[in-house]
Write a protein that binds this ligand. Structure first.
Ligand code: C5P
Length: 199
């Protein structure tokens, strides 16, 4: 069975949690495509050469989940040759036997426009920044909430306004705003869409 679920949306909207839960529930493979850009950003040197040479082991490097790695990722992600170098890996993953969930920014629009299910997961910038800040330790976080909010807004701005594959919902994506939803309710809503597509 070839079956592709595309889950897009801005940072900290809940894509990762939802994608992992959907993959587990339906027995699908999962690729967090943000890790590809994070790995390229973390490699230093020429980002185009890094993207062309990327191998799966690079996705296991330490420190890729940090806020700084996210900022570096969003800078290299604006380079069209970097994006082009990462297309084949993502498309191959999407078409693997047994089905796959890919989460990112442009999965439903560019990488897999024919995906069987497309979800666009979003939440207000304030809610997303608060989640990130709590993940970083809340009052014990190394940065105040306002600084985290500024970084979230800066990354949104760059991701939504780049010329190549900007962050936006596909015309046929189901919108899922998690601002007011519990994790369980968000996962339930996403699984319902996938179950419907699977028949
Ligand atoms: O999802 P994550 O926060 O790990 O992504 C890091 C950055 O990588 C994003 O801010 C975005 O610029 C870029 N990205 C992208 N396309 C994807 C996944 C991530 O441009 N499919």
């Amino acid at each position: 069975m070839i079956f592709t679920v595309a889950i897009d949306g801005p940072a900290a909207a809940g894509k990762g949690t939802i994608s992992r839960a959907v993959a587990e529930r339906f027995g699908l493979a999962h690729l967090d495509t943000g890790l590809l850009y994070r790995a390229v950003g973390a490699m230093g040197g020429d980002p185009v050469a890094a993207a062309r040479a990327l191998c799966p082991a690079d996705l296991d490097r330490e420190g890729l989940r940090s806020l700084e790695a996210g900022q570096a990722a969003s800078r290299v992600a604006a380079i069209p040759e970097v994006r082009k170098a990462l297309v084949a890996f993502q498309r191959d993953f999407a078409r693997r036997e047994g089905g796959a969930v890919l989460d990112g920014r442009d999965i439903g629009t560019v990488i897999c426009p024919g995906a069987d299910v497309k979800l666009f997961v979003t939440a207000s910038a304030e809610v997303r920044a608060r989640r990130r800040w709590l993940e970083l330790g809340g009052e014990d976080a190394p940065k105040p909430y306002d600084a985290v909010l500024a970084e979230v807004q800066e990354r949104d701005e760059r991701d939504m306004n780049r010329a190549d594959a900007p962050l936006r919902p596909a015309a046929d994506a189901h919108l899922l705003d998690t601002s007011e939803l519990s994790v369980e309710d968000a996962v339930r809503a996403a699984c319902a869409e996938v179950a419907r597509a699977l028949g």
